[in-house]
Design a protein around this ligand. Sequence first.
Ligand SMILES: [Zn+2]
Length: 275
Amino acid sequence: MSNRLVILTWHSVNVHNNRYSGNDLVAFSEDLVQLDRLGWTILPLESGLERLERNDLPDRAVALTADDGSILDFASFAHPTCGPQSGLLPRLRHLLAHGRLAARHEPIISAFVIASPDARAELDRKVTGGLDLWPDSWWRDANASGLMHIESHSWDHNHDALDRTAQRDNRRGDFFAIETENECRIEVDQASACIERLSGRKPRFFAYPYGQSSDYLRYEYLPARGAELGLRAALSCEPAPVSRSSERWHLPRFVCGRDWNSPDEFAALLADVST
Ligand SMILES: [Zn+2]
Protein backbone atom coordinates (compact mmCIF):
# COMPACT_ATOMS: atom_id res chain seq x y z
CA MET A 1 0.00 0.00 0.00
CA SER A 2 1.20 3.46 -0.77
CA ASN A 3 0.16 6.90 0.35
CA ARG A 4 1.43 8.71 -2.72
CA LEU A 5 0.36 9.01 -6.33
CA VAL A 6 2.93 10.26 -8.84
CA ILE A 7 1.47 12.31 -11.71
CA LEU A 8 3.66 12.56 -14.81
CA THR A 9 3.33 14.99 -17.74
CA TRP A 10 4.54 15.01 -21.33
CA HIS A 11 4.03 17.60 -24.09
CA SER A 12 3.44 15.77 -27.38
CA VAL A 13 4.26 18.95 -29.32
CA ASN A 14 7.86 18.78 -28.04
CA VAL A 15 9.39 17.16 -31.12
CA HIS A 16 12.82 18.67 -31.86
CA ASN A 17 14.65 15.52 -32.98
CA ASN A 18 14.13 11.77 -32.75
CA ARG A 19 16.06 11.18 -29.56
CA TYR A 20 14.74 10.85 -26.03
CA SER A 21 16.06 14.21 -24.89
CA GLY A 22 14.45 16.18 -27.71
CA ASN A 23 11.27 14.26 -28.30
CA ASP A 24 8.58 13.75 -25.65
CA LEU A 25 6.96 11.03 -27.79
CA VAL A 26 10.10 8.91 -27.73
CA ALA A 27 10.50 9.61 -24.02
CA PHE A 28 6.87 8.60 -23.36
CA SER A 29 7.34 5.09 -24.81
CA GLU A 30 10.62 4.51 -23.01
CA ASP A 31 9.22 5.87 -19.76
CA LEU A 32 6.19 3.56 -19.87
CA VAL A 33 8.37 0.52 -20.47
CA GLN A 34 10.59 1.56 -17.59
CA LEU A 35 7.59 2.11 -15.29
CA ASP A 36 6.45 -1.41 -16.09
CA ARG A 37 9.88 -2.90 -15.55
CA LEU A 38 10.40 -1.13 -12.22
CA GLY A 39 7.09 -2.42 -10.85
CA TRP A 40 5.04 0.74 -11.07
CA THR A 41 1.31 0.57 -11.78
CA ILE A 42 -0.37 2.99 -14.18
CA LEU A 43 -3.81 4.12 -13.02
CA PRO A 44 -6.35 6.58 -14.40
CA LEU A 45 -5.90 9.98 -12.73
CA GLU A 46 -9.39 9.95 -11.25
CA SER A 47 -9.36 6.46 -9.75
CA GLY A 48 -5.75 6.95 -8.63
CA LEU A 49 -6.82 9.97 -6.58
CA GLU A 50 -9.91 8.15 -5.26
CA ARG A 51 -7.82 5.19 -4.21
CA LEU A 52 -5.30 7.48 -2.53
CA GLU A 53 -8.21 8.98 -0.60
CA ARG A 54 -9.44 5.48 0.42
CA ASN A 55 -5.95 4.34 1.38
CA ASP A 56 -6.21 1.72 -1.35
CA LEU A 57 -3.36 2.73 -3.68
CA PRO A 58 -0.92 0.03 -4.82
CA ASP A 59 2.75 0.56 -4.16
CA ARG A 60 4.38 2.76 -6.80
CA ALA A 61 1.30 4.16 -8.54
CA VAL A 62 1.43 6.69 -11.37
CA ALA A 63 -1.04 8.63 -13.51
CA LEU A 64 -0.27 9.83 -17.04
CA THR A 65 -1.07 13.35 -18.27
CA ALA A 66 -0.33 15.34 -21.43
CA ASP A 67 -0.55 19.10 -21.78
CA ASP A 68 -1.60 21.49 -24.55
CA GLY A 69 -3.64 19.05 -26.64
CA SER A 70 -1.80 18.81 -29.93
CA ILE A 71 -2.98 16.19 -32.44
CA LEU A 72 0.15 14.22 -31.48
CA ASP A 73 -1.60 13.27 -28.24
CA PHE A 74 -3.95 11.16 -30.31
CA ALA A 75 -2.66 10.42 -33.79
CA SER A 76 0.47 9.96 -35.81
CA PHE A 77 1.79 12.90 -37.76
CA ALA A 78 4.23 13.62 -40.57
CA HIS A 79 6.58 16.14 -38.95
CA PRO A 80 8.17 18.47 -41.50
CA THR A 81 11.74 18.16 -40.20
CA CYS A 82 11.75 15.10 -37.92
CA GLY A 83 9.74 12.75 -40.15
CA PRO A 84 6.81 10.50 -39.23
CA GLN A 85 5.90 10.65 -35.56
CA SER A 86 3.75 8.17 -33.70
CA GLY A 87 1.56 10.02 -31.19
CA LEU A 88 1.06 9.25 -27.50
CA LEU A 89 -2.09 7.16 -27.91
CA PRO A 90 -0.71 5.10 -30.83
CA ARG A 91 2.40 4.49 -28.75
CA LEU A 92 0.36 3.32 -25.78
CA ARG A 93 -1.68 1.05 -28.08
CA HIS A 94 1.53 -0.32 -29.59
CA LEU A 95 2.97 -1.18 -26.18
CA LEU A 96 -0.27 -2.87 -25.14
CA ALA A 97 -0.54 -4.81 -28.40
CA HIS A 98 3.03 -6.07 -28.03
CA GLY A 99 2.65 -7.18 -24.43
CA ARG A 100 5.07 -4.55 -23.15
CA LEU A 101 2.76 -3.49 -20.31
CA ALA A 102 1.64 -5.98 -17.65
CA ALA A 103 -2.02 -6.68 -16.97
CA ARG A 104 -1.93 -4.77 -13.68
CA HIS A 105 -1.98 -1.41 -15.48
CA GLU A 106 -5.14 0.58 -16.20
CA PRO A 107 -3.59 3.08 -18.58
CA ILE A 108 -5.51 6.25 -19.32
CA ILE A 109 -3.83 9.40 -20.64
CA SER A 110 -5.47 12.55 -19.28
CA ALA A 111 -5.04 15.01 -22.18
CA PHE A 112 -5.37 18.66 -21.19
CA VAL A 113 -6.54 20.70 -24.18
CA ILE A 114 -6.95 24.39 -24.93
CA ALA A 115 -10.67 24.96 -25.47
CA SER A 116 -10.97 28.03 -27.71
CA PRO A 117 -11.00 27.06 -31.41
CA ASP A 118 -9.84 30.59 -32.31
CA ALA A 119 -6.94 30.48 -29.85
CA ARG A 120 -5.83 27.10 -31.22
CA ALA A 121 -6.02 28.34 -34.80
CA GLU A 122 -4.03 31.47 -33.95
CA LEU A 123 -1.41 29.46 -32.03
CA ASP A 124 -1.10 27.12 -34.98
CA ARG A 125 -0.46 30.01 -37.37
CA LYS A 126 1.97 31.83 -35.11
CA VAL A 127 3.72 29.15 -33.05
CA THR A 128 3.62 25.84 -34.91
CA GLY A 129 3.99 26.94 -38.52
CA GLY A 130 0.43 26.35 -39.71
CA LEU A 131 0.75 22.57 -39.52
CA ASP A 132 -2.80 22.19 -38.21
CA LEU A 133 -1.53 20.71 -34.96
CA TRP A 134 -4.46 21.80 -32.78
CA PRO A 135 -7.71 20.51 -34.25
CA ASP A 136 -10.51 19.26 -31.98
CA SER A 137 -11.76 16.65 -34.46
CA TRP A 138 -10.16 13.87 -32.40
CA TRP A 139 -11.55 14.75 -28.97
CA ARG A 140 -14.67 12.57 -29.20
CA ASP A 141 -12.75 9.57 -30.48
CA ALA A 142 -10.17 10.09 -27.73
CA ASN A 143 -12.86 9.96 -25.05
CA ALA A 144 -14.38 6.89 -26.70
CA SER A 145 -11.00 5.11 -26.97
CA GLY A 146 -10.95 3.81 -23.41
CA LEU A 147 -7.33 4.99 -23.18
CA MET A 148 -7.65 8.77 -23.07
CA HIS A 149 -9.75 11.43 -21.35
CA ILE A 150 -9.99 14.98 -22.65
CA GLU A 151 -9.57 17.48 -19.78
CA SER A 152 -9.31 21.27 -19.52
CA HIS A 153 -6.18 23.35 -19.96
CA SER A 154 -8.24 26.61 -19.94
CA TRP A 155 -9.91 28.68 -22.63
CA ASP A 156 -6.88 30.37 -24.21
CA HIS A 157 -3.87 29.48 -21.97
CA ASN A 158 -3.50 33.26 -21.58
CA HIS A 159 -0.84 32.59 -24.18
CA ASP A 160 1.53 35.42 -25.05
CA ALA A 161 1.39 34.63 -28.78
CA LEU A 162 -2.32 35.51 -28.97
CA ASP A 163 -3.42 39.02 -29.95
CA ARG A 164 -6.11 39.06 -27.32
CA THR A 165 -6.94 36.80 -24.35
CA ALA A 166 -9.55 36.73 -21.58
CA GLN A 167 -7.19 38.69 -19.30
CA ARG A 168 -8.81 42.03 -18.48
CA ASP A 169 -5.84 44.20 -19.48
CA ASN A 170 -4.68 41.81 -22.19
CA ARG A 171 -1.64 41.03 -20.02
CA ARG A 172 -0.54 37.64 -21.44
CA GLY A 173 2.15 35.04 -20.99
CA ASP A 174 1.46 33.82 -17.47
CA PHE A 175 -1.61 32.45 -15.70
CA PHE A 176 -1.07 34.38 -12.45
CA ALA A 177 -2.82 37.27 -14.22
CA ILE A 178 -6.15 35.38 -14.28
CA GLU A 179 -7.50 36.69 -11.01
CA THR A 180 -10.97 38.13 -11.42
CA GLU A 181 -14.32 36.34 -11.46
CA ASN A 182 -14.96 37.30 -15.07
CA GLU A 183 -11.58 36.00 -16.24
CA CYS A 184 -12.08 32.75 -14.34
CA ARG A 185 -15.55 32.27 -15.81
CA ILE A 186 -14.02 32.41 -19.27
CA GLU A 187 -10.86 30.40 -18.57
CA VAL A 188 -12.61 27.71 -16.50
CA ASP A 189 -16.41 27.62 -17.00
CA GLN A 190 -16.48 28.57 -20.68
CA ALA A 191 -13.58 26.21 -21.38
CA SER A 192 -15.37 23.29 -19.70
CA ALA A 193 -18.62 23.98 -21.56
CA CYS A 194 -16.81 24.18 -24.90
CA ILE A 195 -14.80 21.00 -24.27
CA GLU A 196 -17.96 19.16 -23.23
CA ARG A 197 -19.70 20.28 -26.42
CA LEU A 198 -16.80 19.29 -28.67
CA SER A 199 -15.72 16.10 -26.90
CA GLY A 200 -18.99 14.73 -25.53
CA ARG A 201 -17.66 14.58 -21.97
CA LYS A 202 -17.45 17.18 -19.22
CA PRO A 203 -13.84 17.72 -18.06
CA ARG A 204 -13.13 16.50 -14.53
CA PHE A 205 -9.68 18.05 -14.15
CA PHE A 206 -8.15 21.44 -14.85
CA ALA A 207 -4.43 21.87 -15.48
CA TYR A 208 -3.17 25.40 -14.85
CA PRO A 209 -1.43 26.79 -17.94
CA TYR A 210 2.30 27.18 -17.21
CA GLY A 211 1.43 25.43 -13.91
CA GLN A 212 0.53 28.86 -12.56
CA SER A 213 -2.48 30.02 -10.58
CA SER A 214 -3.49 33.26 -8.90
CA ASP A 215 -4.46 33.08 -5.22
CA TYR A 216 -8.00 34.01 -6.27
CA LEU A 217 -8.32 31.12 -8.71
CA ARG A 218 -6.65 28.58 -6.42
CA TYR A 219 -8.03 29.55 -3.02
CA GLU A 220 -11.38 31.12 -3.84
CA TYR A 221 -12.79 30.48 -7.28
CA LEU A 222 -12.10 26.77 -7.75
CA PRO A 223 -12.87 25.75 -4.14
CA ALA A 224 -16.21 27.59 -4.46
CA ARG A 225 -17.12 26.72 -8.06
CA GLY A 226 -15.07 23.71 -9.09
CA ALA A 227 -17.38 20.95 -7.82
CA GLU A 228 -20.50 22.37 -9.44
CA LEU A 229 -18.58 22.58 -12.72
CA GLY A 230 -17.86 18.88 -12.41
CA LEU A 231 -14.17 19.39 -11.61
CA ARG A 232 -12.49 16.99 -9.16
CA ALA A 233 -9.15 18.78 -8.85
CA ALA A 234 -6.66 21.15 -10.48
CA LEU A 235 -3.07 20.33 -11.36
CA SER A 236 -0.03 22.55 -10.89
CA CYS A 237 3.51 21.76 -12.06
CA GLU A 238 5.07 21.67 -8.62
CA PRO A 239 7.44 18.69 -8.76
CA ALA A 240 6.25 16.35 -5.99
CA PRO A 241 4.09 13.26 -5.51
CA VAL A 242 0.45 13.70 -4.49
CA SER A 243 -0.36 12.72 -0.90
CA ARG A 244 -3.58 12.85 1.07
CA SER A 245 -2.56 16.20 2.45
CA SER A 246 -2.03 17.72 -1.03
CA GLU A 247 -4.22 20.67 -1.88
CA ARG A 248 -7.10 19.52 -4.12
CA TRP A 249 -6.93 22.64 -6.29
CA HIS A 250 -3.14 22.55 -6.61
CA LEU A 251 -2.00 18.95 -7.03
CA PRO A 252 1.69 18.56 -7.85
CA ARG A 253 3.13 16.71 -10.84
CA PHE A 254 6.40 16.04 -12.64
CA VAL A 255 7.11 17.31 -16.17
CA CYS A 256 9.21 15.53 -18.80
CA GLY A 257 11.98 17.80 -20.05
CA ARG A 258 12.04 19.84 -16.87
CA ASP A 259 12.13 17.16 -14.15
CA TRP A 260 13.80 14.40 -16.18
CA ASN A 261 15.69 14.33 -19.48
CA SER A 262 16.90 10.75 -19.85
CA PRO A 263 15.89 7.21 -18.86
CA ASP A 264 18.48 7.37 -16.07
CA GLU A 265 17.09 10.63 -14.73
CA PHE A 266 13.60 9.17 -14.90
CA ALA A 267 14.68 6.10 -12.93
CA ALA A 268 16.39 8.36 -10.38
CA LEU A 269 13.24 10.46 -10.02
CA LEU A 270 11.14 7.34 -9.49
CA ALA A 271 13.58 5.98 -6.94
CA ASP A 272 13.52 9.31 -5.19
CA VAL A 273 9.74 9.50 -4.86
CA SER A 274 9.31 5.88 -3.78
CA THR A 275 11.54 6.14 -0.73
ZN1 LIG B 1 0.27 24.43 -21.39
